[in-house]
Design a binder for this molecule. Structure first.
Ligand code: NDP
Length: 241
């Protein structure tokens, strides 16, 4: 897959899956604009890939829109930034519920809106990948706000696919299982919990960030030109009933 001449916006490119995606895209010729929170991550990513970095807190709607506009024009978008807080359903706070929806659901909507408006206005085609989660399909204890925010993102992906497809913009979702990143350390460092999850993965391991990045690049690429509105598990078979 060659991304020479393609301009790609990647949110959450500072760490984990977003960083792996930005690096893979840059190695395959893309010009990457990275949106993430920590300036130190951006500095190392810029040095490693030559990408352009924009530091932004995606929980802030106005700042998110300004950063999205600053990142344009672009041909491809990966909405990868995400966050989680572990709380049992009975303990979920309104603050964390709102935060997870702001970062995981609202920010992808805002960034995709500005990305798509610019593409449509200039008459170019493009593609979007929203990074969701297997947590959008199943109920995972202590992940109520996270599961709800990712299921919300999937609803957004489907509507975007219906409305943006006729305008030449493909939209798909990717649904990783546990992937070995800083987020996974937060959510799955309890060995008993991790073992229970691993037992449900027929391929017998958690994902590496590059496993997810490869699928994201496929969905962005012209090889996937007829793939649209898909929710694609990248889960080693976790979703098999
Ligand atoms: P990481 O925590 O490793 O990285 C997340 C990235 O998003 C970081 O660069 C982080 O920046 C950035 N980010 C988070 N919150 C904000 C914010 N408010 N403003 C700007 N940037 C922000 O996560 P993963 O790589 O594991 O996750 C990537 C995506 O994949 C997420 O959407 C996640 O929900 C999803 N996913 C992950 C799974 C996993 O097991 N790891 C499984 C299924 C889905 P900073 O550190 O500076 O805050």
């Amino acid at each position: 897959m060659d991304f020479q001449g393609q301009r790609v916006v990647v949110t959450g490119a500072g760490k984990g899956i977003g960083r792996a995606t930005a690096i893979m895209l840059a190695r395959r010729g893309a010009s990457v604009v990275a949106l993430t929170r920590s300036a130190s991550d951006l500095a190392t990513l810029e040095a490693e890939t030559g990408c352009r970095g924009i530091a932004v807190d995606l929980a802030d709607a106005e700042a998110t829109r300004a950063a999205a506009l600053e990142a344009l024009p672009a041909d491809l978008l990966v909405n990868c930034a995400g966050t989680t807080e572990l709380e049992s359903f009975l303990d979920v706070t309104v603050e964390n519920f709102d935060l997870l929806h702001a970062v995981n659901t609202r920010a992808p909507m805002i960034v995709a809106q500005e990305f798509s408006r610019e593409l449509v206005a200039s008459g170019r085609k493009g593609a979007i990948v929203n990074v969701s989660s297997c947590a959008a399909f199943v109920g995972i204890p202590d992940h109520a706000a996270y599961c709800a925010s990712k299921a919300g993102l999937d609803g957004l992906t489907r509507v975007m696919a219906k409305e943006l497809g006729p305008k030449g913009i493909r939209v798909n979702g990717v649904h990783p299982t546990v992937t070995l990143t800083p987020m996974a350390l937060k959510a799955w460092s309890d060995p008993a919990k991790a073992a229970g999850m691993m037992a449900r993965i027929p391929l017998g391991r958690f994902a590496e960030p590059d496993d997810i990045a490869e699928v994201i690049l496929f969905l962005l690429s012209d090889a996937a030109r007829m793939v649209h509105g898909l929710s694609m598990p990248v889960d080693g078979g976790y979703m098999i009933a």
